[in-house]
Design a protein around this ligand. Structure first.
Ligand code: CP3
Length: 349
């Protein structure tokens, strides 16, 4: 007899269409929530908050309490992996991440070969704490950054509009860059295995900057490394549920899905709905893809965008989400309106 899945999100990852699509939002815990800002103000720094299991667990649960989402995502950051490889990482108020840039191949030797799990113990403890408090119907998601996206920050030392420093490095020093990516593959797989051991139900691999590479480089630096991570994780945790999010991959999604047996794929907001329904959702459950700016604006623009997505994807397995993270200026009322509309509940306003 088939065991009934109590968590709708895991049902979809198992290939089942849910009559009401499960919903969660990337960056659902964050600055748009006053209760997040209150806890954040008490922490020394953003990384201190990520490594404080009590507070990080509380922040993870905040959006679940407020909106009743179908998944909680571990409160942490993708840049804890560079930190656990020995790179200096900090977050400046309002200025984004700062790392010691890895400008030439020699500097790569300053990194550890293996991830230092001792530095990540607080993350595993956060997972265990959240797990205890989550309602049974809510899935707990872990995550990591994909190697290419991590490399763009690690090499430049900060966020970039076009990932120029990492692209330059990869063309100029392909062998060293390949070895570096392999270090990140091993570190990420090991990190994800520990997240599963601590209690996550599924994980998402964020490849935020997958959309800025030529096809050959996309295959080499995005597709193949993520495929190796998925294989390494499933070797230890057979059947591990995994969502891939190669943001901006566009037509590259075909080769991504061919090479990587992810259970679902996240779509960014530029993906045409009918195309995605006919060519992507026929192959794998999809997750997405509301424009975060439409959520910020609200009103008619929001309602129209939600309806188009729900109507388009509801015929097959589908998870409602944004096409990227919640913007800090987003009004809470708009998020309430979104959840109500996706679930077909008449909105209060
Ligand atoms: O709610 C959640 O989604 C879980 C927590 C989470 C954060 N970052 C918290 C965060 C997750 C899953 C991430 C992933 C992440 N971090 C990505 C991939 C997804 C994406 O957004 O593209 C990337 C590229 C990062 C790196 C990062 N972290 C940047 C570039 C920044 C600065 C930009 C910004 O929004 O401030 C961060 C900081 C960060 N990560 C904040 C939060 C809540 C804001 C920092 C603060 O509160 O002071």
């Amino acid at each position: 007899m088939k065991v009934l899945e109590k968590k709708p999100l895991l049902g979809v990852l198992g290939g089942t269409r849910e009559p009401i699509p499960p919903i969660w939002l990337m960056r659902q815990a964050g600055r748009y929530l006053p209760e997040y800002r209150a806890i954040r103000a008490k922490a020394e720094s953003f990384l201190d908050l990520c490594f404080d299991p009590l507070r990080a667990a509380e922040v993870t649960l905040q959006p679940i309490r407020r909106f009743g989402f179908d998944a909680a995502i571990l409160f942490s950051d993708i840049l804890v992996v560079p930190h656990a490889l020995g790179q200096r990482v900090s977050f400046e108020e309002g200025g984004g991440p700062k790392l010691d840039a890895l400008k030439d191949p020699l500097v790569l030797k300053t990194l550890r070969r293996d991830i230092d799990h001792a530095k990540l113990e607080p993350v595993y403890e956060t997972i265990a704490r959240v797990k205890q408090e989550l309602p049974v119907a809510v899935a707990l998601l872990g995550f990591c950054g994909a190697p290419w996206t991590l490399a763009t920050y690690m090499i430049a030392g900060h966020g970039t509009a076009d990932q120029h420093p990492a692209r330059l490095f990869a063309y100029r020093f392909p062998n060293e860059f390949g070895a570096f990516i392999e270090t990140l593959v091993k570190a990420s797989a090991s990190y994800l295995i520990r997240q599963f051991a601590a209690g996550v139900d599924a994980i998402q691999i964020f490849d935020t900057w997958a959309g800025n590479l030529p096809a050959d480089e996309f295959r080499k630096w995005c597709v193949e490394p993520s495929a190796r991570i998925v294989a390494a994780v499933r070797k230890e945790i057979p059947g591990a549920k995994i969502i891939g999010f190669p943001r901006g991959a566009g037509t590259g999604l075909g080769s991504y899905l061919e090479a990587i047996p992810v259970d679902a794929v996240g779509l960014d907001w530029t993906m045409e709905l009918a195309f995605a329904r006919d060519h992507i959702q026929t192959r794998r459950p999809v997750q997405g893809n509301l424009d975060p700016v439409a959520l910020l604006v609200g009103g008619e623009a929001l309602d129209r965008s939600i309806d188009a997505i729900v109507e388009n994807f509801s015929g097959a397995p589908f998870i409602f989400n944004l096409g990227h993270g919640v913007l800090p200026e987003t009004p809470i009322a708009h998020v309430e309106r979104l959840v109500a509309r996706v679930r077909g509940v008449p909105a209060r306003m």
